[in-house]
Design a protein around this ligand. Structure first.
Ligand SMILES: Nc1nc2c(ncn2[C@@H]2O[C@H](COP(=O)(O)OP(=O)(O)OP(=O)(O)O)[C@@H](O)[C@H]2O)c(=O)[nH]1
Length: 732
């Protein structure tokens, strides 16, 4: 019957007939008033490639790869219970991706898939769904409304290009909406507002609270028809059409609705309200968009009302993208009214990814020219100069700052052309300045604030110092919870200690300085382990077989590797492989002898058997346990940092320096002459170099200088290793 009706409407337009069947078989629109302003023509035309029967469910494979201009990455956000999840469910249903309407009250929605979400009827985690609507792809994230999960909303908003704010029309702007609205503002996200729950008796279609509480500029696009349980649809102010849902029963899914141009037979009160609202809309948009204002004044000055709806829509889009105004629509998701026009609005007014300008660049507050410790402020500088800047929040030493992504792309293109030309000369242009190479810290010690109240201040100070000095590393000991400073040497850590006192006014206490050892293994070992654990009602059973073997450790930071047998490579699912790798990597962080990171180890995974129902975390735990067993069996070896030392000293003091070095397990590599001085090149274990500067000053009467840098991690001999193990165990 429905198809027959559509055919009768379109029988004069043969060329569009087949495409109409595709779209209208979804029952999206029921046409009752000729073809004037008929959205179906456009949608049918665009939707030509989808021809499925009314109850077909589209698979994600049916989604074509659209052009970037047709993609909308949007979030749906609001106060708890405003109806985001219900609205999302309707969108999925109308776009053909679900067969039935999910209901939060029945606990069968698509996006609230966590057990806690279904039990409590609330959204906790951001769920992402993808569907297409009129040849646009919509990637939508349903974010939680509860204040406890604000961070989750923030996490989602950072990657979105637009947002739909859903309001409970009977409650107006609620507290959480304010919070998420501010978050959206912070990320400059264009929004569309949807006043939901228009079917409730207390529903109030008022945009005043959006103006006053959100300090936003609402642009009203619809007028509701009827109120409370008599709410039947909306009038579209752009097209002057009435969209009416004549639902026959509570189970009517609202796919079919009527679009009818307003005419004199309509309620005079409604006609008057619509007339006034449309004029107000045109005037408001003209105020916000110069291009539209010019069009009105030049072409439609004697009749604003004659402006084509497409021109008005384009202007509203510009206003929305510039965040000068927020389109407002209304409906009742639960009663299946008004969601399709909301989908239209998402595609019409929210930006595609290439229309969003993500604010990546830092803000500089001042530009200064340095002259030792004097700084002179300057208004600007040109290429080739050196200046200081203050106020950067994200940048760390070694970064290159560019004015914009576009500038970087242009510079990269130029660099490419130049390097083509310069290649003959052997030079390559590069827009990124070479960063700083950060050596591994070799010393560490604990650092404590004078009181717990100062802990936050200390953390802030350490964060700032780390950004400035990437060779300073700060971590928290997982066992003791103490803050650990890792640096390049005694002096480095002393200076950091002093700067925290002087620049941040915090008196800290440093623990004894310790050497950052590493560990490796001596022999090749194969082992197996089985984990069989029941957690709650679930039984996890996993068996792992693996082999570890020592590999070359001479290079600084010599890494560890992990491989799978050829058979396993082909067999293991990616998530199982990842769980196995996580288990191996976590065992690499703490060696079995002293708990230092291991290096120079190759692990081969020989077999993994997993019983159904076993979680990935249990696979990782089993692999980790098996690794620990293998590392223990393979015989541990402590590696110590060995430094290369250069001492410049007058000839008369050379013998005292050599004598001292012999007691420090040092190995002399070379002695060179430089003017009247001797330059001694040696390697010496870092553990023997504590307090060296004081000793060197004493034995040479202040006539020597030295430099120290990491040469390699080397195996300790068994006797020294034993002494170290006993000392660490507190036995010496
Ligand atoms: N009367 C009426 N109730 C609605 C409407 N939309 C949703 N509801 C009801 O409002 C309640 C909350 O709906 P949800 O869709 O879970 O709201 P939400 O915003 O996703 O909630 P959180 O995800 O927990 O923040 C449910 O009981 C819905 O049935 C509507 O248009 N009218």
């Amino acid at each position: 019957m429905f198809l027959k009706y559509v055919l009768s409407v379109f029988n004069s337009i043969n060329s569009m007939l087949t495409s109409c069947l595709g779209c209208c078989s979804q029952g999206r629109y029921l046409l009752t008033a000729g073809l004037q302003g008929c959205r179906c023509r456009l949608s049918c035309h665009l939707k030509r490639h989808y021809s499925f029967l009314p109850d077909d469910v589209k698979s994600l494979r049916a989604v074509v790869n659209p052009d970037i201009s047709k993609i909308r990455n949007i979030g749906i956000m609001a106060h708890i219970d405003a109806g985001k999840t219900t609205t999302t469910e309707r969108m999925l249903y109308y776009s053909g991706y679900t067969r039935a309407l999910g209901d939060v009250d029945d606990g069968d929605t698509v996006t609230d898939f966590m057990a806690q979400e279904r039990e409590r009827g609330i959204t906790i985690q951001s769920a992402a769904v993808t569907f297409d609507w009129k040849s646009h792809r919509i990637n939508l994230i349903d974010t939680p409304g509860h204040v406890d999960f604000t961070l989750e909303v923030e996490r989602a908003l950072r990657v979105l290009d637009g947002a739909v704010a859903v309001f409970d029309a009977s409650a107006g702007v609620e507290a959480q909406t304010l919070t998420v609205w501010r978050q959206a503002e912070k990320h400059h996200i264009p929004c569309v507002c949807f006043l939901n729950k228009m079917d409730k008796p207390a529903a109030n279609f008022s945009i005043e609270s959006i103006k006053q509480k959100l300090k936003a500029n609402p642009v009203l696009l619809q007028i509701p028809v009827g109120s409370g349980k008599n709410f039947t649809g909306v009038v579209d102010l752009l097209t002057n059409q009435k969209l009416i849902w004549k639902l026959k029963s509570m189970r009517d899914d609202g796919r079919v609705f009527e679009i009818k141009a307003l005419d004199q037979s309509d309620d005079p009160e409604l006609l008057q309200v619509v007339g006034e609202a449309r004029t107000a809309l045109i005037e408001q948009v003209a105020d916000l968009d110069d291009e539209f204002a010019e069009l009105l004044l030049t072409n439609f000055s004697d009749n604003f009302d004659a402006v084509p709806s497409i021109k008005l829509q384009e202007a509203i889009r510009r206003v929305t993208l510039a965040r000068k105004g927020v389109p407002v629509l209304c409906g009742s998701s639960l009663r299946n009214k008004g969601v399709q026009p909301l989908l239209d609005a998402i595609t019409a007014y929210l930006p595609s990814p290439n229309e969003r300008h993500h604010d990546l660049v830092e803000r500089m507050s001042r530009l200064l020219v340095p002259f030792a410790d004097q700084h002179v402020e300057i208004p600007s500088m040109t290429a080739g100069n050196i200046a200081l800047t203050v106020g950067l929040k994200q940048t760390v030493t070694g970064d290159t700052i560019i004015s914009s992504k576009a500038a970087a792309a242009a510079a990269a293109r130029r660099a490419q052309n130049d390097s083509g030309a310069e290649k003959k000369g052997g030079e390559h242009a590069n827009i990124i300045l070479s960063g700083v190479e950060v050596p591994d810290p070799v010393f560490f010690c604990t650092i404590e604030p004078p009181s717990m109240a100062k802990q936050a201040d200390l953390e802030n100070a350490l964060n700032c110092l780390q950004r400035e000095d990437p060779s300073l590393k700060v971590r928290v000991d997982p066992d003791s919870g103490q803050t650990i400073l890792c640096g390049m040497g005694e002096l480095h850590i002393e200076i950091i200690h002093d700067r925290i006192r002087r620049e941040y006014g915090i008196e800290t206490h440093l623990g004894p300085l310790q050497v950052a050892y590493r560990e490796t293994i001596l022999n090749e070992v194969s082992t197996t382990d089985t984990l069989d654990r029941t957690v709650g009602e679930r039984r996890h059973v996993v068996t792992v077989e693996l082999a570890v073997r020592p590999v070359d450790i001479t290079s600084v930071g010599g890494s560890c590797e992990i491989t799978f047998t050829e058979k396993l490579e082909g067999q293991l699912l990616p998530e199982v492989k990842e769980a196995v790798e996580n288990g191996v990597h976590s065992s690499y962080l703490q060696g079995p002898l002293l708990g230092y990171p291991v290096q120079g180890i190759s692990t081969l995974i020989q077999d993994v058997t997993i019983e159904p129902g076993t979680s990935a975390a249990m696979v990782s735990a089993c692999v980790s346990r098996c690794m620990l067993k293998a590392l223990r069996l393979a015989g541990g070896q402590v590696l110590e940092p060995v430094m290369s030392l250069e001492v410049t000293v007058g000839e008369e003091h050379l013998s005292s320096v050599l004598g001292d070095l012999a007691q420090r397990r040092g190995t002399v590599r070379d002695i060179q002459s430089r003017h009247d001085n001797k330059v001694l090149l040696a390697t010496v274990p870092l553990a023997e170099m504590m307090g060296y500067s004081t000793i060197l000053r004493t034995v040479t009467s202040g006539n020597a200088t030295f430099s120290l840098e990491l040469d390699a991690y080397e195996a300790m001999n068994p006797q020294e290793q034993n002494t170290l193990l006993k000392r660490m165990a507190g036995l010496l």
